[in-house]
Design a protein around this ligand. Structure first.
Ligand SMILES: NC(=O)c1ccc[n+]([C@@H]2O[C@H](COP(=O)([O-])OP(=O)(O)OC[C@H]3O[C@@H](n4cnc5c(N)ncnc54)[C@H](O)[C@@H]3O)[C@@H](O)[C@H]2O)c1
Length: 346
């Protein structure tokens, strides 16, 4: 399966195991999530076959400049050149930092990714956004640099905790709402919440097509922000105690409430989407203790959001005008936003 993202061609390789070997001449440097090495040491050793590797402690605080410097130095010490491959194996934190380094070392070397979480398979490793954090500012430094190859092996998901799987379900439901596809119905009928290759493929397909002509997030790709502006506020006021996927699920519920209020979505469709989020055991409400913080800091957080519109007090937001059709609503007053968010804090 091949996708064009901007002028880049990305190849997606689906198989049931860890690729035994990544061939090719020249240096391969593997950046491996430490937890993956613990779970799959034998298979990973077979794959890397003595190639140099950097074992990465995949924590959000390590998606930082200091860690990139260690990887750059390693590349330099191994005399890496632009034709050398950087191969990231892990969740979104690992694929993001690997891709960032690959895009900047010698103005870009080759990049392969082996995502190992649900989030990274359907989201972080797809579409070409790379990123690292600048202190507490998430993904403040980044580039657009799609991987040449992405190996998707759902086998990795067997060792993932329910909490981590839930984060992926939130993103998966989000893409199913953005544009018409069979994914919504497949998710509705998936009562046992099993992650099939078909679900992964369909979620990737929707994201990749949105990024095809808009790698740099200036047009259609923005629809992928459904639920995310609300989610950023919730994450920020909770001091990042709330998991991203849970915040996205709550953000989708808020987007539904606002879409209903604006008369864009039918009640029947809103109920259907909320039921789907319930089916995947995603949260329906947020800790009411956060309401004071929301009232005191919410507007500032919203107005500092990097994706807001030009007008100072007005914001752009992705909403729904059908159960599977997202659109950009412009110029929403920040106060209205907060009122909607308060509805999920009973
Ligand atoms: N570039 C993008 O477009 C994009 C999109 C979405 C998210 N992201 C980024 O992705 C990151 C979140 O990614 P994530 O949710 O994959 O989290 P993650 O990378 O933190 O992984 C979650 C946890 O699961 C562990 N883990 C990884 N694979 C495992 C496996 N197969 N079995 C058991 N444990 C495993 C990790 O060590 C970690 O502790 C964030 O930094 C976010 O900014 C980027």
């Amino acid at each position: 399966m091949k996708y064009r993202i901007g002028k880049h061609l990305s190849e997606l390789i689906f198989n049931s195991g860890i690729p035994e070997k990544i061939s090719g001449n020249g240096l391969n440097l593997y950046i491996i999530d430490k937890n993956i090495l613990t779970f799959y040491e034998k298979e990973i050793n077979l794959l890397i076959n003595g190639s140099p590797c950097y074992v990465f402690n995949a924590h959000e605080k390590n998606k930082c400049i200091e860690e990139t410097q260690k990887i750059y130095r390693k590349l330099h010490n191994y005399k890496a050149i632009r034709e050398s491959k950087l191969i990231g194996i892990g969740g979104g934190i690992t694929t993001d930092i690997t891709a960032y380094v690959a895009s900047t070392y010698m103005r870009g070397c080759r990049l392969y990714l082996i995502p190992t979480t649900f989030v990274s398979m359907i989201d972080a490793a797809i579409g070409g956004k790379t990123g690292i954090n600048l202190d507490s500012r998430k993904n403040n430094l980044g580039t657009f640099y799609p991987a040449e190859r992405v190996y998707i092996n759902p086998d990795f998901l067997k060792s993932l905790s329910k909490q981590e799987l839930d984060q992926g379900w939130a993103e998966c439901i989000k893409v199913a709402l953005i544009k018409p596809s069979s994914l919504f119905k497949i998710l509705l009928n998936n009562k046992k919440r099993e992650i099939s290759t078909d679900i992964i493929r369909k979620a990737i397909d929707i994201k990749a097509k949105l990024c095809r002509w808009d790698m740099e997030d200036k047009g259609k790709r923005r629809l992928l922000n459904l639920g995310h502006t609300f989610a950023h506020v919730l994450e920020s006021i909770s001091n990042y105690d709330i998991f991203h996927g849970n915040a996205v699920a709550l953000g989708i519920r808020s987007a539904i409430n606002l879409s209903l209020e604006l008369g864009k979505l039918k009640v029947k469709e809103a109920v259907m989407i909320n039921n789907l989020l319930d089916q995947y055991e995603l949260p329906g409400s947020c800790d009411s203790d956060l309401s004071d913080s929301l009232i005191n800091h919410g507007i500032d957080i919203l107005l500092s959001d990097k994706k807001r519109s030009g007008n100072d007090e007005m914001l752009n937001l992705i909403l729904l005008n059908k159960r599977n059709k997202a659109y950009l609503e412009k110029n929403i007053n920040a106060d209205k936003y907060l009122k909607i968010l308060l509805q999920i804090m009973p």
